[in-house]
Design a protein around this ligand. Structure first.
Ligand code: BGC
Length: 256
């Protein structure tokens, strides 16, 4: 049984990685972080992922990768905050060929959700419908029903005002358009209320780097009684990617 898996969380701004104990959810190494190359093209991003794997001396070992795109059958189908040439790119096949054939790939927010539901705040909550929103360069989402993930939801792409929700309520929108947390939190509040009306979740989890500042903006959210920050904070994506890989490997083993 493989208990040590390299989790890699690829974002629009940074690429993070650490070795994770998938039994306990603990990070066994310090997290490494590299800047996402700009423009974030397949060639350049793959080089950075490869550099990360090499830095951990983890070639050909088990790896879980969370990536900021809709991922179906290992292929990328969207590119909101990365280069448009990712659309249609066979990422899983490429990673398996060039880095490790023991690679599992999923959307980055789905990975964060999986991590948080197993080892974070979701682990002790039995709510029926849980929605995790990661607020980073974009907005990622992961929806769970009784702990089971509905993959590839894109609540950051819901039409909203003059654009989509992530243009207003991602952390990048706070940095671009707002002076402090309060006015940004008003936009975030409007987005969360909209999502709440559509899905009636029992719990919202806020992830992404800004989740560690939750005490600064949570108080401005009208549904605060059912909104919590991610317990794994910004490591949720790394831990979740590794854990998702573990789940896939265990299932494969059971089938064989
Ligand atoms: C992408 C999602 C991703 C999210 C967080 C959005 O722009 O469309 O796929 O999960 O950013 O990185």
């Amino acid at each position: 049984m493989m208990t040590e898996i390299l989790g890699i969380d690829v974002g629009g701004t940074g690429i993070k990685g650490a070795i994770v104990n998938v039994k306990t959810g603990e990070l066994l190494t310090a997290r490494k972080k590299y800047k996402t190359p700009q423009p974030a093209t397949p060639d350049e991003m793959l080089k950075t992922i490869e550099k990360m794997v090499k830095a951990f001396k983890w070639n050909h070992k088990p790896i879980g990768v969370g990536f900021p795109s809709i991922i179906k059958n290992g292929i990328c189908y969207s590119a909101s905050n990365i280069h448009h040439s990712w659309i249609g790119f066979p990422l899983l096949e490429t990673l398996k060929k060039e880095i490790s054939d023991k690679t599992v790939l999923l959307n980055d927010a789905d990975a964060a959700g999986v991590g948080e539901m197993r080892f974070g705040i979701g682990a002790n909550r039995k709510e029926d419908v849980v929605i995790l929103l990661t607020l980073g360069t974009g907005i990622g989402s992961a929806i769970f029903l009784n702990g089971k993930l509905l993959p590839n939801t894109e609540l950051g792409q819901l039409y909203f005002r003059e654009g989509v929700t992530e243009n207003y309520a991602a952390n990048s929108a706070r940095l671009k358009k707002h002076k402090g947390y309060k006015t940004w939190a008003e936009d975030l509040d409007a987005v969360i209320n909209h999502v709440d009306f559509i899905f009636s979740p029992d719990l919202f989890i806020i992830g992404g780097g800004v989740s560690k500042r939750f005490s600064g903006f949570g108080k401005f959210l009208s549904l605060k009684y059912k909104i919590v920050p991610a317990q794994l904070l910004n490591s949720a994506g790394v831990i979740g990617a590794a854990y998702a890989a573990h789940l896939v490997f265990s299932e494969l083993k059971m089938k064989s």
